[in-house]
Design a protein around this ligand. Structure first.
Ligand code: ZN
Length: 210
């Protein structure tokens, strides 16, 4: 599988990233980073067209959150590992109590978290068992005040949660003609239409919510 081969390569690169981790990024690397981000921006129509084929249209700023190419995955993961310490990752995960496995979120009225209320649907915070913004329950993995989320745990989670789609797969799904148009990046693909479709879709969603 292409992805297996890719991940193999990625793990080797990661060893190097770890080694360089504490060193400052050099100027040359920063310039490469800009080039890389421009390249990633060029992938957006691929994602847009693929998602559309699958019956979804996503707001264009959110396209990267849905799927990543292998080089995007590598870059964003490496950057995340570089920019955060294991302790910071734990603190952040602990602070996001509303997504903890044993959260009280949804069990109590979110606007009344610290007062007892009598409501038909929700129960008072004092009667709900689970993690809150103040404390975690002992069975929560973030129960301890401090802790660490090591690099290998981050890598494992990213690999489980992110959808990686490589360029060959886009080519196969979109057809060579459309794929080439997008990759050539010479205005033969109408990016303005893509943006407009995203905006129309987003506005429609907002209207439906209102
Ligand atoms: Zn918790």
């Amino acid at each position: 599988m292409k992805i297996d081969r890719y991940l193999d390569k990625f793990n080797k690169k990661l060893g190097k990233i770890e080694k360089d981790r504490k060193e400052e990024l050099g100027k040359a690397e920063k310039i490469n980073e800009v080039d890389l981000l421009v390249k990633f921006d060029g992938y957006k129509p691929l994602k847009f067209e693929r998602l559309k084929k699958h019956g979804q249209i996503i707001w264009d700023h959110a396209l990267d959150a849905y799927e990543m190419t292998p080089d995007e995955f590598e870059y964003y993961l490496a950057r995340y590992l570089y920019e955060t310490t294991p302790e910071e990752r734990y603190d952040k995960a602990k602070s996001e109590w509303f997504v903890h496995e044993h959260t009280t979120y949804g069990k109590v009225g979110i606007a009344h978290l610290n007062i007892d209320i009598n409501h038909d649907v929700v129960i008072p915070i004092s009667k709900a068992y689970g993690c809150t913004g103040d404390k975690c329950v002992p069975e929560c993995k973030y129960y301890n005040r401090t802790g660490m989320i090591e690099d290998d745990k981050v890598i494992q989670e990213w690999m489980e949660k992110k959808t990686i789609v490589d360029l060959d797969q886009y080519k196969e799904e979109l057809g060579e003609e459309l794929f080439d148009k997008i990759i050539r990046d010479d205005d033969s693909y109408d990016r303005e239409r893509m943006r407009q479709e995203c905006i129309d879709h987003y506005c429609k969603l907002l209207y439906e919510k209102w």
